[in-house]
Design a protein around this ligand. Sequence first.
Ligand code: SF4
Ligand code: SF4
Ligand code: SF4
Length: 246
Amino acid sequence: MSKVVFVDTSRCTACRGCQVACKEWHELPANDTRQTGSHQNPPDLNPYNYKVVRFSEHLDGDTVRWYFFPDQCRHCEEPPCKMEADEHVKGAVVRDGKTGAVIFTPKSKKLSAAAFEKVRKFCPYNVPRRNPDTGAMVKCSMCNERVVRGMPPACVKVCPTGTMNFGERTDMLALAKKRLQELKAKHPKARLVDPDSVNVIYLLIDEPARYYEYAAVPEGGPLGRQQFLAWLFSPLKKSVDTVARG
Ligand code: SF4
Ligand code: SF4
Ligand code: SF4
């Protein structure tokens, strides 16, 4: 059974401890960034930030609402990035059957620019990036090297608010459903995002689009939301894949 990161965004204060811990653990260098008028910085995921705490602000009548979304790879149960990468370079993307971590390997350097673009577009959450120096595809690895040694991911370890949780899939799903029930009374639009198809499960208190364009599987994209979800749950995945490719 896979491991799951459960992200209860209702508890997030946007302290960005998780973002910094990710950079430190993976020894990612500082990168040029810019202030865009938002608390969010850097503005997007990039080859040196596998995690970004997204920030969005909304005015509802007289009330200002802030939404925080610690964005990272969802470690899909049936990862579309792997499905597409396998068509070009076998082994560029692998999935650890014990933990559920989806990992980009050094073989990803062999992907052509066009192939990388296809892999990137097949990710419904807009996660893959390419390191311009090495040519390797990069993203969150679920800190698999820690997880296989019994430690939680670095971002989970440092989170001071209970937003980031980690454990067995059954336990995390139970916790997620419990928190959802607690929040529903005050926030009727609260929901878990794609819980059956991913291993990084977000709890939101409002529509996903109010957090981030790719917080949930969008309607557009190579597969589209309905087709993507149908594909994930279909025993005939490969035939649907063939249709999607035209
Ligand atoms: S460390 Fe926790 S509270 Fe801070 S930004 Fe990350 S998820 Fe939110
Ligand atoms: S979120 Fe994207 S990059 Fe991560 S496993 Fe799913 S398809 Fe791959
Ligand atoms: S699980 Fe590890 S690699 Fe992924 S965002 Fe958290 S610290 Fe970064």
